[in-house]
Write a protein of this length. Structure first.
Lengths: 101, 482
């Protein structure tokens, strides 16, 4: 059984929207961070789908670029977050409690 | 070409252990070398027999446009490095890190300007931004600096996700991410249902509009500009904005030129919002760095006015504006660096009181930069505004030209307010003004300010060489190879 490509696009659009909404609603830097990752991976799904539809390998190559860039962003972002938490340790407790939601 | 040079020297820079002042000097030399390389490339691309060419599998385009932005960005790096030298020593942060990041981020900007592929634009943007996130938070001991880093990071990665989604949709609609192939495809095929493509346009505009700080994607700008170390702010306002505009202009004005009826209205709204919000909110600020941040937003609006015209003249006007603006804004933030004193403590308006008596030359330089930003004749800022508004009139966007002029008048008030503060006569027995500390002007920063000042005034008086340069620097689409 094959799934129509449109559904993949709909799914990735939904994931992207969830990520974008999450980023705007949540106040915890780590969760916001995860939302950004969700958005990037939603885009990856779009790329792979189009690559499949168009029968063109370039879209899949793009995904690798995006993965590398996302990894670099994680490194820098976590560095910044750690620097802030180290400076303001009282912020940690709030963050941890917020992570449960 | 310039980018590779940058990366290599940046790596060499990281391992060296030279005397003080060397890092800044090295950065400046690297930037100047890249500038010379760009100038040589300029000779080649303007030679009609050879013309522009693309490299690395059509991913990179070397044409007048990319050379132009190469020069703008290297100028910004050199001037900001000169400012950073003394600043870092004053803050006790001296070391190669900031310069390495600056060069890396500049490389990202160059890649963006040379990109001939949407994915290369994305990679360049990320190289530029990731280095900038760290630079914004470079002052570890200042909470403001850290806060600006996290704000810039979260909103920056948010917007690059939008940009990427836009790229994905355009890829889905046209079957390629290469500019030449997209343009060929759009010329050959009439899309029956182009909703996908238009959504892609909108998302690309969001992503790039964020980078150039166009309203409504500007919310990060005042906070980040205020919190970041001032030389970094100078770099952010010049190089990063120029690179964003390079990508925006190339994507919309050359690649999606056929669809100008679709994107011009969006660009119009963006330009109006950016002009109005930038200049009106600048009026109510009390912090000089914040004022300059809002004024840089309204400058982005002027460049968008040139872009909205969607003509060669508008493009040339936008390019000239960016070059002139780079010198003005680095100069302005340079003065703010010096007046801000240790710890970037005081950028409030009262700190500038009576600067004309304490430091006549510094006050004079700042006045020239501010007047140029306001668009007073005999400075480069006047001509820059003149060209973009002229292009808007030519493209029959009369309303837009009118709004641009009104917002220029409004923001002139901001600049005059700072100028008045500097020249306000300090009365006898005014303890508050007398108690203000002495502003030290180190030679490197003075050199940087001097270059910016000379450029601003000389181009205001003798504009033709620079205008010709901007006019010849139009982006070229070389049709894709086999």
């Amino acid at each position: 059984m094959t799934v129509d490509e449109t559904w993949y696009l709909v799914l990735s659009a939904m994931l992207f929207t969830i990520g974008a909404c999450g980023l705007m609603v949540r106040r915890n830097p780590l969760v916001m961070f995860m939302c950004v990752e969700l958005m990037l991976n939603a885009v990856n799904l779009t790329f792979v789908t189009f690559s499949n539809v168009l029968n063109d390998v370039a879209g899949q190559v793009v995904v690798f670029f995006v993965l590398v860039v996302a990894a670099a962003e994680v490194v820098v972002g976590l560095g910044i977050i750690v620097a802030i938490l180290r400076r303001r340790p009282e912020a940690t407790a709030d963050d941890v409690s917020m992570l449960r939601g | 070409m310039g980018g590779a040079l940058f990366l290599l020297t940046a790596a060499a820079l990281a391992s060296g252990r030279p005397p003080r002042g060397f890092y800044a000097l090295f950065t400046v030399i690297t930037a100047v070398l890249a500038m010379v390389g760009s100038a040589l490339a300029w000779g080649r691309v303007t030679d009609p027999a050879r013309g522009a060419y693309s490299a690395i599998g059509d991913a990179i385009m070397v044409d007048g446009f990319s050379v132009f932005f190469g020069i703008v960005i290297t100028v910004a790096i050199a001037l900001a490095a000169l400012l950073a030298d003394d600043y870092l020593r004053r803050e006790g942060l001296d070391g190669p890190e900031l310069y390495v990041l600056m060069l890396l981020s500049g490389t990202g900007g160059l890649v963006m300007a040379m990109a001939n592929d949407l994915i290369v634009v994305f990679l360049g943007l990320e190289t530029l931004s990731i280095a900038l996130y760290v630079m914004a938070g470079f002052q570890l001991r200042r909470l403001e600096s850290q806060e600006s880093a996290i704000k810039y990071f979260v909103l920056g990665s948010f917007s690059s996700a939008f940009l990427l989604y836009g790229i994905a949709l355009v890829y889905g609609a046209t079957g390629s991410t290469n500019f030449s192939r997209i343009a060929d495809f759009l010329a050959d095929n009439l899309l029956a249902a182009n909703g996908l493509l238009l959504a892609g346009f909108a998302l690309l505009l969001v992503g790039l509009g964020f980078k150039v700080a166009a309203v409504p994607f500007h919310v990060w700008t005042p906070d980040v500009y205020q919190g970041a170390p001032t030389p970094v702010t100078a770099f952010l306002a010049s190089a990063s904005k120029a690179a964003g505009f390079a990508a925006l202009l190339r994507v919309f004005l050359s690649t999606f030129d056929l669809y100008r009826l679709d994107w011009r209205p969006i660009m119009w709204v963006l330009a109006v919002l950016t002009l109005v919000v930038g200049s009106f909110l600048a009026v109510v600020q009390t912090d000089v760095k914040r004022m300059l941040a809002y004024s840089s937003i309204s400058h982005a609006g002027f460049v968008l006015v040139g872009a909205e015209a969607a003509s060669d003249r508008g493009l040339a006007g936008a390019l000239f504006y960016l070059l002139a603006y780079t010198f003005m804004v680095v100069g302005s933030f340079g003065v703010a660096t010096l007046v801000g004193r240790r710890g970037d403590a005081d950028h409030s308006l009262p700190a500038y009181r009576g600067l004309s008596q304490r430091r006549p030359l510094l006050a004079l330089a700042f006045t020239v930069f501010l007047l140029a930003q306001a668009g007073v004749p005999l400075t480069s800022g006047f001509l820059a505004k003149f060209y973009v508004i002229g292009a808007a009139v030519e493209a029959e966007s009369y309303a837009l030209a009118l709004i641009a002029m009104i917002s220029a008048v409004v923001s002139a008030f901001v600049y005059l307010r700072i100028t008045v503060a500097m020249y306000m006569t300090v009365e006898e027995g005014d303890d508050a003004a007398a108690a203000l500390p002495f502003v030290r002007v180190p030679p490197a920063a003075a050199l940087s300010l001097g270059i910016a000042l000379v450029f601003t005034v000389v181009v205001g008086l003798v504009p033709s060489p620079v205008v010709d340069f901007a006019r010849d620097a139009l982006p070229v689409l070389v049709s894709a190879g086999p």
